[in-house]
Ligand binder design. Sequence first.
Ligand code: ADP
Ligand code: MG
Length: 586
Amino acid sequence: MRCTMTAPPSTNAVLMRKLKDWDGDPYTQYQALENKAYDFGNYRIRFVQVQGSPGAFPASVVHLDTAIAEMGLDKDLLSTPPRRLAAADYLLRAFGKAVDAHAKQNRGAQGSGSFQPIDMPPQVLQRNLVHFDEATLRFVLIISLPGSGDNRILADQAGAMLEKELPAIFSSLRAAVVSGTTMQHHCNTVEDMIDLQHRLPQYNLVAFVGDGAILPRQSGASQFPMTTGAVEFSAPDDLAVEVDLLNSGRVRGLGIRPGVNVIIGGAFHGKSTLLQALAKGVYPHIPGDGRERVVTHPDAVMLCAEEGRAVTDLDIAGFIDHLPSQQSTQRFTTANASGSTSQAAGTVEALQAGARLLLIDEDSSAANFLARDRTMRQLLPEETITPFLDRVRELDRRYGISTLLVLGGSSIYLGAADQIMAMRYYSPVDMTDRVTRLNLPDPVEPPEPLVIKDHRRVSAGNFDPAYDARRMGKRLLLRIKPLRLQPGILEYGNQQVDLTRLDALVDPLQTLAVGYALLQAGTQFDDLQLSPSDLAAALDELVVKEGLGALLPDHHSHLALARPRRLELAAAINRLRDLRVDHKDN
Ligand code: ADP
Ligand code: MG
């Protein structure tokens, strides 16, 4: 945690007197609180950054420090990184609930006079809002201090927030920690998942879906589990494996093996739902989500068509050679990729970035990227696509990269598959033996092996965060934020980076972290001549070593972030429309 040298704290009575004196003063008077600390008995708060107006974004940042013992936190719950991750996640969710229960909110104009807990998806992500050290717990609170429409301090409202609501919120947090087994269960669930994810190779698995899981959501737009009519997941005997969870003992479920896996099945039988759950299964889920025991290889990536995306100087010749435009596909650049070229590019980039399990749904794929049937091969000999089908075995046999494909309407992958499963009425059924008996022809072997090595090096001077709003005649030195109404789109400087198709970005605060990672790419790593995937790895290592805060420049050091994976960092770099790269030919 960042430490600032400051005077010893005053009592909260001093703070209350101060606020009283300031009643009706200009709002900016609040800023005199910056760097001041106040002791509330069982915790102390420090104003780290104070906003200058009621509607300011970001609002004010307050550190709440308390003794771990004071919180009633069992040290055992904090003894390993996965446990600290789980405990921090639990505390942040409990804080959100405590605010709902105890804070009036909107006590001032423009939404000020509010605590601002973050929205949290059901996935458990590393964040920069809770820090533990030997004996203390630090909570980073985002608070909008109450002000009037004419920018004046509302002292009574501020007093109510800090002297009444905050202590109630604190007590409620402590109650959430000490009462019953909820926190223990939360932490055990998360730890079980992370532990199993590390040990998947031990069971020779790339993914696991525990029996009893609820995979469908309430709607296509919902993160909440379907409540009525959901069919619990249940593995048939011939596909079932048993795994030993660290805290919960032995559980049974579907085991997905390394190699080429195909899921077939009729329309609406739950194929895409299963694949989506697996795509999210790279992260732990909170108890009650239904997907707590869906565990996927940490480097799994969903691949899909992204028409219109930009591609920069990428070698996609392993999939697509000689376009009608005579454009080279060893150095393929476009501002507007087609379905098949976009999916080929996304696949090559994911492989370069270290993807180990590829998830593909025919619903979101370019048909001609996936496969070409015999008749089409005869009719169109000039076609120069090597479909993914021809590479899928090579990926496994040569590179150890597994695939899980969902296909409803075509048998074309069955000859290449090691394992075949059908989804019938939302339950898996083993089909491998039945299909093997059909004696399907072996897949075509492509003449040239697939090249994964990246010859591109990110040039110096990319990643300019400045924004020119020409129409308004203003220039911002830095614009980094997810689009408000479409948080999968990152506004970075003058660019909009479309990350909406990255299934493993589940929180806008991850998108924001991607943005600040790009900023660091332009400052700390600007001259290093790294490939996009090496650059992503360097940024990821920075986060591992120094925490998410290392992505933030000093004047933004209090923004809330959630950690993206290295794979999404690479994906974002590759999707920049203005990316410039040099070419290393060795
Ligand atoms: P497919 O990809 O096989 O066409 P989907 O996965 O899109 O099917 O699922 C079709 C519908 O069935 C969706 O509305 C989904 O929410 C619902 N569904 C999926 N799995 C289950 C389940 N286990 N229980 C109940 N409904 C489910
Ligand atoms: Mg589907």
